[in-house]
Design a protein around this ligand. Structure first.
Ligand code: LIP
Length: 290
């Protein structure tokens, strides 16, 4: 029996009662929505690139920085003893055993170009979020302001979507049973050599599936798996802040999540899919492991 790779076996603090977990989820959703409004309402007319990360085309805008500052200020106010790990500001220590893992704008290139597929991702995790396979999310929210949708999930409490007009719907993964009729999401890094290798993987996958979608936000791709809008998603090279909230949302919506064979979801590979197609998707991604 392959080891369950849904999430590492990380001890849960006694303080994490169901009521506390639900409160953390609701706070994550509120903070994600607040930052999502900021990046839309206060986007400067002449938005430019403030900095770059892995390459010249891996960009940071002033609104990434402002969104993370807002999230950090609000988390410090509401949860002063919790740690924080953010894409732009790095790690801030805490004493509670909980870490807020935030991506102030997931899908920054889409945001820069005016494509609507971007979101603010806020997750609450236990364990060591700086070590692969040593942490797991317990609650999270992803707020997509131009879609008018906020996705959220909490451990053993399911996942749901709240729309701008206040409608609330439970999230459930698709019931897809065959890879050859599956719609699969993926993404690519910003370094040419990595993209070349990722191109070889997607070229191998393409003839074996219905179609592929490259949305540009891992957090939203994972939420789209949760909503049944994608039958599966995979990507290599994404960070904890890209995937933490989407992971709990997809898992709680019934997705099977994991990474490379026998590994947890992480930077090497993040996979989330309808349970019946998960094995064949991983086999296709890692053909030598068969
Ligand atoms: C993005 C990820 C996406 C990946 C993009 C980019 P960012 O994160 O969410 O899945 O394909 O290349 O890394 O950089 O916009 O926060």
């Amino acid at each position: 029996m392959e080891r369950d790779t849904t999430a590492p076996d990380v001890p849960m603090p006694d303080s994490l009662t169901p009521d506390v977990v639900a409160t953390l989820r609701d706070l994550a959703a509120s903070l994600a929505d607040e930052a999502a409004h900021l990046i839309v309402d206060e986007r400067p007319r002449t938005l430019g690139v403030e900095a770059t990360k892995s390459s010249e085309v891996d960009v940071v805008t002033v609104m990434d920085q402002r969104s993370e500052r807002l999230l950090r200020e609000r988390i410090r106010t509401e949860r002063p003893h919790d740690a924080i790990l953010g894409e732009e500001g790095g790690a801030t220590e805490g004493t509670s055993g909980l870490t807020w893992v935030v991506d102030p704008i997931d899908g920054t290139v889409n945001y820069l170009y005016g494509h609507p597929f971007f979101a603010v991702s806020v997750a609450v995790c236990v364990g060591d979020t700086t070590q692969e396979g040593a942490w797991r999310p317990v609650a999270g929210a992803v707020s997509a302001p131009l879609l008018g949708e906020t996705f959220m999930g909490a451990l053993d409490m399911g996942a749901h979507l709240v729309t701008r007009d206040g409608r609330r719907a439970e999230l459930h993964v698709s019931e897809c049973e065959r890879l050859d009729v599956a719609l699969i999401g993926t993404g690519f890094g910003y370094e040419a050599r990595k993209r070349e290798a990722q191109g070889e993987v997607v070229a191998r996958l393409l003839p074996q599936v219905r179609d592929v979608r490259r949305g540009g936000s891992a957090a939203l791709d994972l939420c789209f798996v949760a909503a049944g809008r994608l039958d599966g998603y995979y990507e290599s090279g994404i960070n904890a802040w890209d995937q933490a909230a989407g992971q709990i949302i997809a898992t709680e919506a019934g997705a099977r999540t994991g990474g490379a064979p026998g590994s947890f979801m992480g930077k090497e590979m993040a996979v989330a899919a309808a349970p019946k197609i998960y094995p064949s998707l991983v086999d296709c991604l890692f053909p030598k492991s068969r």
